[in-house]
Design a protein around this ligand. Structure first.
Ligand code: ADE
Length: 263
């Protein structure tokens, strides 16, 4: 992250429940409406932040990221949300911190290699190492005691006894992957993919274009298989939103604080 203390950090959520949990902790937030979205500017853990709901899908996420650059001049974007686990051992209730992000539904072959974003030379966009390292550290610490974070009943209901943090490739596409056949096809095509979601790689591409650091932290809500739709909404409000808030909060608390500022 650059040393521009007065520029805000963007926290982007794909789902309403997660944004609501963040906003509840931002006492001074101001709403700025741009291109159909509400951008909430305020302080969290003494840091100037812009929190926004990207909505779902790559185009919605890319639009949101572009506004964050052009209108708010953000110094970093952190995306928080849920994902479907792909790799063996990436289980419901685990957290994935991306090291690289790829669009699994992008294929301009034979003109460009499969998955490559045409004219960039990249298929895998790197997440910012310093931010991702710090997010992984705070996530591991929080997950070491899920009962304190979520309560006994939620931990039991969702069988979250030993949640883990994983780091690696996160893949994004404009599809909710909800059949075992599709997740198996993704595993075969991209054996190192840890999890699948619908926004991260698009935001990573925009951040790459602007030279702004990006990180993504995702709670595994399902295994992207035939059972992927079950209990999704309840999981997001009972587990993922609480993880997101706790991880973002704990990470922001590790950063040097700014003097209160307006933009
Ligand atoms: N986000 C959470 N679970 C997902 C899935 N199975 N496919 C795509 N995005 C997701």
């Amino acid at each position: 992250m650059s040393d521009s203390p007065r520029l805000p950090i963007a926290i982007v959520a794909a789902m309403h429940e997660e944004l609501a949990a963040l906003l509840a902790q931002m006492p001074d937030e101001q709403r700025i409406h741009v291109a159909g979205r509400d951008y909430w500017v305020g302080h969290l853990q003494g840091q100037l932040v812009v929190a926004v709901l990207s909505r779902i899908g790559k185009v919605a996420a890319a639009t949101t990221a572009t506004v964050l650059m052009e209108r708010f001049g953000v110094r970093a974007i952190v995306f928080t949300g849920v994902a479907g686990g792909l790799a063996p051992g990436v289980d419901v209730g685990d957290v994935v911190v991306a090291t690289r992000l790829l669009q699994h539904d992008l294929d301009a072959s034979p003109i460009f290699p499969k998955y490559e974003v045409p004219l960039t030379g990249h298929a895998r966009f790197a997440a910012d190492t310093a931010i991702s390292d710090a997010l992984a550290v705070v996530a591991a610490d929080l997950l070491s005691d899920p009962v304190t974070l979520l309560g006994e009943k939620v931990v039991e209901d969702f069988k979250l006894t030993a949640p883990k943090v994983h780091r690696g490739l996160l893949v994004s596409g404009d599809r909710f992957v909800s059949t075992s056949a599709e997740s198996e096809a993704l595993r075969l095509a991209l054996p190192d993919a840890l999890a699948v979601e619908m926004e991260g790689a698009a935001v990573a591409q925009v951040c790459h274009d602007y030279g702004v650091p990006f990180a993504a932290v995702r709670t595994i809500s399902d295994r992207a298989d035939d059972a992927a739709h079950g209990d999704f909404t309840r999981f997001v409000s009972a587990v993922a939103s609480r993880y997101s808030l706790a991880v973002i909060d704990a990470w922001l608390a590790t950063l040097p604080t700014d003097a209160p500022a307006t933009i």
